[in-house]
Design a protein around this ligand. Structure first.
Ligand SMILES: [Zn+2]
Length: 176
């Protein structure tokens, strides 16, 4: 008798769908909205310089300061929440793989992930000639090799390491 096919967890499928179809777009709209509101509120002078427009009396400067504070707070919160979400999915994935040990099905490969290497928060900007350009690609969906990085991220990480005086990653380790 054939084994019944293992079905993916439907709650997670739904959550992934929300993230992809809604949250990802809402985040961008929210950040754009905050940026726009901030530029509007900046028209009322920056707190402390006292050189606002005609309406720049103390109370309106104060009010603008409070609004600015709230907006930048929301922006910070959004960035923090994204970090938490992404990290928690990564951690959960790692936990499940560990639980399965060597029984992780082959069609669920490890994705490229550079978290264990220096500079993984320094994002790479495509086409940048800046020496300070990072190497990490937070959007990479490549399949990890032995190093944990894919074939595109690994050479980029190694070029970055060379520029920063770090020994290269070869195979599954850093070779000094
Ligand atoms: Zn990659």
């Amino acid at each position: 008798m054939p084994q019944p096919m293992t079905q993916p967890n439907q709650r997670l499928i739904r959550t992934a769908w929300i993230l992809e179809k809604q949250t990802a777009m809402l985040v961008s709209h929210a950040l754009e909205h905050i940026q726009l509101e901030l530029s509007t509120v900046d028209g009322y002078g920056t707190a402390g310089d006292g050189t606002g427009r005609s309406s720049g009396d103390a109370s309106s400067v104060e009010r603008a300061g409070a609004i600015r504070h709230e907006l930048t707070g929301s922006r910070e919160q959004i960035r923090k929440d994204i970090d938490t979400l992404v990290q928690s999915v990564d951690d959960f994935d790692g936990f499940l793989r560990k639980t399965l040990g060597n029984r992780v099905p082959r069609h669920i490969p490890d994705l490229c992930n550079g978290q264990k290497y220096e500079g993984w928060l320094n994002l790479w900007r495509s086409g940048s000639k800046d020496e300070a350009n990072g190497w990490a690609d937070a959007t990479c969906r490549g399949i990890a090799g032995p190093s944990g990085l894919c074939l595109r991220c690994l050479p980029r990480a190694n070029r970055w390491r060379e520029r920063n005086g770090l020994p290269p990653i070869i195979g599954s380790e850093v070779v000094s």
